[in-house]
Design a protein around this ligand. Sequence first.
Ligand SMILES: C[S@@+](CC[C@H](N)C(=O)[O-])C[C@H]1O[C@@H](n2cnc3c(N)ncnc32)[C@H](O)[C@@H]1O
Length: 268
Amino acid sequence: MPPLREVIRRHGLSASKALGQNFLFDHQLLARIARVPGDIAGAEVFEVGPGPGGLTRALLEAGASVTAVERDRRCIPALAELGDFFPGKLAVIEGDALEVDAPALFQGKPHVVANLPYNVGTALLIGWLSTAWEPWWASLTLMFQKEVAERIVAPVGSESYGRLAVLAQWRSTPRIAMTVHRSAFTPPPKVMSAVVHIVSAAAPDGVRLAVLEGLTGAAFGQRRKMLRQSLKGVPGALTAMEQLGIESSRRAETVSVAEYVALARALS
Ligand SMILES: C[S@@+](CC[C@H](N)C(=O)[O-])C[C@H]1O[C@@H](n2cnc3c(N)ncnc32)[C@H](O)[C@@H]1O
């Protein structure tokens, strides 16, 4: 296979700021990211935003079958060329990952792997955590700016703890698998990055996601306020808090994921 930098030069793939493009070239680093989901030999992988295909190569080299969605038309010929080295193992779809019906693309449960611009990555993550449960994916391995990764894994009581932490933790287990220095990217972004790995867990019984989201939206919408104030507008919340022994003078960031789940169950 030709070196990645040569592919980029030949296809004129200068990084586009508008598309949030920061490319990774370090072969060892890419191989480490491809190992985060575990042994993917023979497994299906859904890659979002392959760009010139650095991570795609690493996933294919690890033995996966990759279906990739890329929005930048310029990258498609370079990805097709990569596919020629792994016959039958790479399918590329030109399109917007926010609009693609991803579950329909797979027979089994794919591992999802993505290095995306942060706004797109967060929107997709929220969608992937909000699907019917058990989810259609086997695991999520996603690059984020470090601060967003910290919000996903944040423990109760920490500054980063909020709606995203509760959504990511109430029926799945997220962890930061590795941090990635900004200098690893071309061009380097302003901030550090981290790879988050998420596997699903059993959903707690009797809890509706919409109710949980309503609660956390209200509570963290006014995170400095006491719960008796911030949850005043959520029907039944104050009574449920009392029944569950959750002090109404507490603030949103002191309420654990299990306590939000118990409250949502009482209101579901
Ligand atoms: C940060 S770059 C990463 C490229 C490559 N995966 C790497 O690690 O070097 C993000 C990629 O996502 C693509 N992208 C951005 N928004 C997208 C969207 N909504 N759907 C699909 N791809 C998108 C960009 O064109 C770009 O190729």
